[in-house]
Design a protein around this ligand. Sequence first.
Ligand SMILES: CC(C)(COP(=O)(O)OP(=O)(O)OC[C@H]1O[C@@H](n2cnc3c(N)ncnc32)[C@H](O)[C@@H]1O)[C@@H](O)C(=O)NCCC(=O)NCCS
Ligand SMILES: Nc1ncnc2c1ncn2[C@@H]1O[C@H](COP(=O)(O)OP(=O)(O)OP(=O)(O)O)[C@@H](O)[C@H]1O
Length: 200
Amino acid sequence: MKIGLTGGIGSGKSTVANFLREAGAAVIDTDAIARQLSGPGGAAMPAIATEFGPAMLTTEGALNRVAMRDLAFSDPSAKQRLEAVLHPLIGAQTLAESAAAEQTGARLIIFDVPLLVESGRWRHRVARVLVVDCTEQTQLDRVAARPGWTLAAAAAVLAAQASRAQRRASADALIYNEGLSLGALKAQVLHLADRWHPAK
Ligand SMILES: CC(C)(COP(=O)(O)OP(=O)(O)OC[C@H]1O[C@@H](n2cnc3c(N)ncnc32)[C@H](O)[C@@H]1O)[C@@H](O)C(=O)NCCC(=O)NCCS
Ligand SMILES: Nc1ncnc2c1ncn2[C@@H]1O[C@H](COP(=O)(O)OP(=O)(O)OP(=O)(O)O)[C@@H](O)[C@H]1O
């Protein structure tokens, strides 16, 4: 079964994805694919260099992520141009990884897609949508605690994403990751994994 996993920035998607991976699921991480595509020699780099010029490149020829984050989340048209380059490539790579996971016999395939609700291209590809939710304050606190981030930067990303209510409206299952210990979160994830893919 294919599951779409989504949630706002800092909601806990990667943590949930890791628990699902430990439970035997194949996880396809679209943030990781985006990073690979825009790393040194990445397939998106020629188009990014053409679109944004040298100011958005590192000396190794990768995307300068902090500069692009500042630009994309303060200028919606720049975000759109970046997405126009990356999203088709992310989509193609995700489908290739999904086909490879099916070949290896994986029965639970997780598409970890931050923008599943915002983008129309994912819903029809998955049987169920799992939403990880928490309060916006908790999202901001978690993201601002990351090296290189500020509260203002976290708030700018949050403002560019779907609302919690929009995401919840798309959920077949929801994990409310607020005030939960990691152990309690893991127990909820394992319960869901067992419901969708019984261990016999
Ligand atoms: C703008 C970029 C360079 C910032 O890089 P940075 O290393 O600071 O952040 P990272 O990639 O780890 O993303 C962190 C979180 O930001 C949010 N986010 C990323 N891209 C977007 C976007 N286009 N719109 C809204 N939120 C986004 C997600 O919640 C994501 O989990 C990077 O996020 C990027 O290339 N985004 C465009 C590709 C994309 O849309 N990725 C989402 C996966 S489909
Ligand atoms: N229940 C929890 N208890 C303690 N820490 C948590 C919990 N859930 C998530 N975290 C922590 O919060 C931070 C954000 O979680 P995570 O990276 O999983 O979010 P994310 O949704 O994948 O973020 P992003 O959108 O930026 O990719 C991480 O440091 C993670 O360890």
